[in-house]
Design a binder for this molecule. Structure first.
Ligand SMILES: [Zn+2]
Ligand SMILES: [Zn+2]
Length: 276
């Protein structure tokens, strides 16, 4: 089994109320050897008037000592690792390094929740107004490819096709072929810079495939990508590790032999247990 979850949110994120200690106890119950806290910080996030509490600013001065205290408390039972999910867009990506160098992170996920500061979060339907869904998705993937040129201060790029989670048209079908050209640029740039991707299992239960799509995972492998982490994006304990069985089977079926964990920002490769 995959013995860790590398993408989990606690009450330090604007959109979670889960206690960090409950997350650790859940991970211990599941038999994990480690658990990663990756709370949200979206640099300069444009707060939406409908959700004034969702500012996605992480209080690092409280968060970092709290997680490090828990790391000490649970030492010997589970390895608690300090991470962060840094939301970036082309205007904010250059600010990432200054933030990440201040704290002793084990793991940094860079994610896109915006394509630019003025376009707003893809979570809200107005992002899609005035463009076709294909145009909206292409704009999103192109902004990710641009971000990779603007910072290297991260370990993996999170949920590469997050845009498809919130499309306001429930009938619209996401065909990977419509974006293959941009994905190839994006994945090549990540691989050339030694950056990984995550398989974010939240999609498996919500929309029937992980983030990114299976075709993107295949392309990543075909281009020589080897760094792949596994995370649930749980915002409550009940979702920790959800979809991991399917994710492991999928990775093996696509020819991956290892998943990756990070300690002190360094990659370690762990053999998938279904590999003989
Ligand atoms: Zn995210
Ligand atoms: Zn997340």
């Amino acid at each position: 089994m995959i013995a860790t979850d590398m993408h989990v949110h606690s009450h330090f994120s604007s959109d979670s109320s889960e206690l960090p200690e409950n997350i650790i106890l859940t991970a211990i119950q599941k038999g994990y050897s480690s658990i990663y806290f990756t709370d949200h910080h979206d640099i300069d996030f444009p707060v939406h008037p409908a959700s004034p509490d969702m500012d996605f600013q992480l209080d690092f001065e409280t968060y970092v000592p709290a997680i490090l205290n828990l790391k000490d408390k649970y030492c010997g039972r589970i390895d608690v690792r300090l991470g962060v999910e840094q939301g970036i867009c082309p205007e904010t990506a250059p600010k990432l390094a200054a933030l990440n160098e201040q704290y002793p992170f084990d793991f940094v996920i860079a994610s896109s929740h915006l394509t630019s500061l003025h376009n707003g979060d893809l979570y809200y339907p107005e992002y899609y107004a005035g463009k076709t869904n294909v145009e909206a998705y292409r704009e999103y993937f192109a902004s990710e490819a641009e971000n990779v040129l603007k910072t290297d201060s991260f370990d993996v790029y999170g949920h590469l096709d997050y845009a498809v989670r919130y499309c306001p048209d429930p009938q619209f079908v996401y065909h990977f072929e419509d974006y293959r050209d941009i994905f190839e640029v994006l994945l090549r740039r990540l691989i050339e810079r030694g950056k990984g991707i995550e398989i974010n299992t939240s999609g498996i239960t919500k929309i029937g495939f992980p983030h990114p799509h299976i075709e993107a995972l295949k392309m990543y492998r075909a281009l020589g990508g080897e760094i792949i982490t596994v995370g649930s994006d749980a915002h409550q304990c009940g979702n920790i590790g959800a979809g991991f069985e399917q994710a492991e089977e999928l990775l093996v079926s696509l020819g991956f032999r290892y998943y990756t964990v990070f300690r002190e920002r360094k990659a370690e490769f762990v053999k998938l247990s279904k590999i003989i």
